[in-house]
Design a protein around this ligand. Structure first.
Ligand SMILES: Cc1cc2nc3c(=O)[nH]c(=O)nc-3n(C[C@H](O)[C@H](O)[C@H](O)COP(=O)(O)O)c2cc1C
Ligand code: SF4
Ligand code: SF4
Length: 251
């Protein structure tokens, strides 16, 4: 039996939440990082899956969903987590639980957790913080008790079907050529193959999902959101989402 951590985490906070939950099991972990995992996989009935996704415009990211769909369970117990930037959960947790059920996972618990907003960086700064981590640890212990006692998911998961439509953010990502060291880390990490192999200064904005992985990995801070539309939205968004939201747990 293994704890299998499956996550998509462009700026690292979803992985952090997933790690906290998985570490509570005190067992060997297998990592399945969907940013660079595009093959198929089958888990066994005695594995336990921790599946964590960030929320993008009220959904789980489209390419993460496609990659997750290639991972099948065998009535494998799963804990589903939708991690968001203190704005809106909308239908993402319900979508994640639905995908897992379709793929033969037995979802025994679910959570929405709050982390630093990866686009609007003035929102939920420093989260998950100590208070979040304490709550996530308590939740993890309850999950372990549920798995030991064989209980199934009792709570209703929030959200609606059909899910809200996918929305592409209009913001532009730019690369500052004067500071780029041409390490090509952004090219390697991009899940949408939106940065050409031979030209890290360019971003194909038709392919780009604005996931932020290239911004987070760049050692020179060369890549960033830019433009009047982004700067105007940032001020309003950060004001509208300044009130702290708390993680929610479904057992
Ligand atoms: C394209 C995109 C869309 C997002 N949409 C939402 C959203 O609908 N609601 C929200 O609260 N946060 C939203 N966020 C913020 C992320 O869900 C949040 O920062 C999360 O912690 C990112 O996870 P990561 O650090 O693993 O990349 C969005 C972020 C991105 C990049
Ligand atoms: S180019 Fe777009 S899709 Fe690729 S890593 Fe950067 S933000 Fe994500
Ligand atoms: S990660 Fe940054 S420094 Fe490296 S190639 Fe990309 S933009 Fe340039």
């Amino acid at each position: 039996m293994s704890i299998v951590e499956i996550f998509f985490s462009p700026s690292g906070t979803t992985k952090k939440v997933s790690d906290i939950i998985a570490d509570n099991f005190n067992q060997e972990k297998e990592i399945c990082d969907l940013l660079n995992f595009e093959s198929s996989k089958k888990l066994s009935s005695d594995d336990i899956a921790v599946v964590a996704m960030p929320i993008f415009a009220g959904r789980i990211p489209k390419s993460a969903r496609e990659r997750l769909s290639k991972i099948k369970g065998d009535n494998t117990k799963a804990i589903a987590v939708a991690n968001y930037g203190n704005a809106h959960v909308t239908d993402a947790l319900l979508e994640l639980v639905d995908v897992l059920k379709e793929n033969c996972f037995d979802v025994i618990a679910a959570a929405t957790t709050v982390s630093h907003h990866s686009i609007f960086d003035g929102v939920a700064v420093g989260r998950p913080d100590e208070s979040d981590i304490e709550k996530i640890n308590e939740f993890s212990q309850k999950c372990i008790e549920k798995i030991e006692s064989g209980e199934s998911l009792q709570s209703e998961i929030p959200g609606n079907r059909p899910y809200t439509d996918y929305k592409q953010l209009p913001f532009v990502i730019e690369c500052d050529e004067s500071v780029c060291s041409f390490c090509y880390d952004c090219v390697s990490i991009c899940p949408e193959h939106a940065i050409p192999d031979d030209d890290p200064i360019t971003t194909d904005l038709e392919l780009c999902s604005r996931c932020t992985a290239c911004i987070a990995i760049c050692p020179e801070d060369a890549r960033a959101f830019a433009g009047d539309a982004f700067n105007a939205k940032k001020v309003d968004f950060e004001k509208a989402n300044s009130e702290r939201k708390e993680p929610e747990f479904y057992l």
